[in-house]
Design a protein around this ligand. Structure first.
Ligand SMILES: NC(=O)c1ccc[n+]([C@@H]2O[C@H](COP(=O)([O-])OP(=O)(O)OC[C@H]3O[C@@H](n4cnc5c(N)ncnc54)[C@H](O)[C@@H]3O)[C@@H](O)[C@H]2O)c1
Length: 386
């Protein structure tokens, strides 16, 4: 049954119960998307197409825009509301007339009971601080953000940051989702990770699912989120291999070693992480698409072609027109965690990527660590170092 048909069925039930109890029972959800970059704009488009069809959602989708003045002198928000297009981050794609760009963060969330967070991860701590006490009591959150914060006690996933700072339930949605391909409605899949409440997860699945975007839910928030986060580090390695023109076998080897490190790292950090999560769209599929086509791969290729002489910051500014790289900062965060625990040698690919990014090693070092075979004993449900 399509999401629209399911919702219509639900609406039918509500109507019956309305007649029986003589009072209004339907809960209408109001959605705000916090973020409006490349993926944030595509997420708004997907959501807006569904809120028009699904009767349990208000049609309007508010999208918080970090205000920018365009080269024309106009405000990005005004242009989005006039043209229905995010001309800077997703040019040429209509978002849906029911997407309203709002430059005022607090105003954009005040009536929402479903919040979708989709900004580069480095901005989330500040955004959460601004939202404390500004959101409704019954809000459910979803994070599409890839990345983490590193604390002394270990990694703090972005969903945890949102849950703890705002006191809300936070699921995640990750997958093999290069935004520009979904924008033109090419078929792809995604995974929602949830902690306990399957019903909330199903609501998110319903909000995002379309015939060209298939979403399924798994009970493994940390596993899903770590897959989405760590694959960006592997994508840097894949881009270095491309820049050094090492060929497909080398790239496949780097992807395999990277997937192995992703799994071991995730299980060491959170023993609840499930093996099966790595076979969902958020796992191996996202790793493949990011290593073949993503922006981390592209910039790392250029970095290797420059012989490591141009910095990632410089290349990001030149090649991405305001979009942000996540892999370089995630590699640093992973490295910090590995250093805190003295585990660098166990994760040679993750360690090398960071050391190459900061210029301590040359790009060719990406394949010069084979003598350090990591000693993982991966047992079902956990990873142990031996
Ligand atoms: N683009 C993709 O294909 C894709 C796919 C899946 C997941 N993601 C993830 O989605 C998240 C958002 O990425 P994106 O592609 O939508 O963004 P983006 O990199 O395209 O754009 C950067 C965004 O950050 C905003 N910004 C700049 N400075 C800011 C500040 N100080 N405070 C707040 N916002 C600021 C910009 O206005 C812009 O909206 C990231 O975690 C990314 O890893 C991206």
């Amino acid at each position: 049954m399509t999401p629209a048909a399911q919702d219509q069925k639900l609406k039918g039930k509500e109507t019956i119960s309305e007649q029986n109890n003589n009072h209004e029972v339907s809960v209408k959800y109001r959605v705000t998307v916090v973020g409006s970059g490349n993926w944030g704009s595509v997420a708004s488009k997907l959501i807006a197409s569904n809120t028009l069809k699904l009767t349990s959602f208000h049609d309007e989708v508010r999208m918080w825009v970090y205000e920018e003045i365009l080269a024309t002198g106009e405000k990005l928000t005004d242009v989005i509301n006039q043209t229905n297009e995010n001309v800077k981050y997703l040019p040429g794609i209509k978002l849906g007339k029911n997407v309203i760009a709002d430059p005022d963060l607090e105003h954009s969330v005040k009536d929402a009971n479903m919040l979708v967070f989709v900004t580069p991860h480095q901005f989330m701590e500040g955004i959460c601080k601004r939202l404390v006490g500004k959101i409704k009591g019954d809000v459910k959150a979803l994070s599409l953000i890839k990345g983490m914060e590193v604390k002394m006690e270990g990694p703090c996933m972005i969903s945890t940051l949102i849950s703890e700072q705002l006191g809300v339930n936070c699921c995640v949605l990750m997958g093999a989702n290069i935004a520009n391909e979904i924008a033109v409605e090419k078929f792809s899949e995604a995974t929602v990770g949830y902690r306990e409440d399957k019903e909330i997860a199903q609501k998110w699945v319903q909000l995002f699912s379309t015939p060209y975007f298939l979403v399924s839910a798994v009970q493994d928030v940390e596993g899903v989120e770590l897959c989405g986060t760590l694959k960006n580090v592997v994508a840097i390695a894949a881009g270095l291999v491309d820049g050094l023109e090492m060929g497909n076998n080398t790239k496949a080897a780097v992807m395999r070693i990277g997937l192995r490190e992703m799994k071991a790292f995730s299980k060491l950090m959170f023993s609840s992480v499930k093996d099966s999560t790595f076979f969902e769209s958020c796992g191996v599929a996202d790793l493949i698409t990011t290593c073949l086509g993503g922006r981390n791969r592209k910039v790392a290729e250029a970095f290797a072609r420059s012989g490591g002489k141009r910095s990632f910051d410089e290349l990001e500014a030149e090649m991405l027109q305001g979009q942000k790289l996540q892999g370089v900062s995630t590699a640093r965060e992973v490295y910090e965690l590995l250093s805190q625990r003295g585990w660098q040698e166990l994760f040679p690919l993750f360690t090398s990527v960071h050391e190459i990014c900061i210029g301590r090693l040359s790009p060719s070092a990406i394949v010069e660590y084979s003598e350090h075979t990591p000693n993982f004993s991966l047992v079902e449900g956990s990873a142990q170092l031996i």
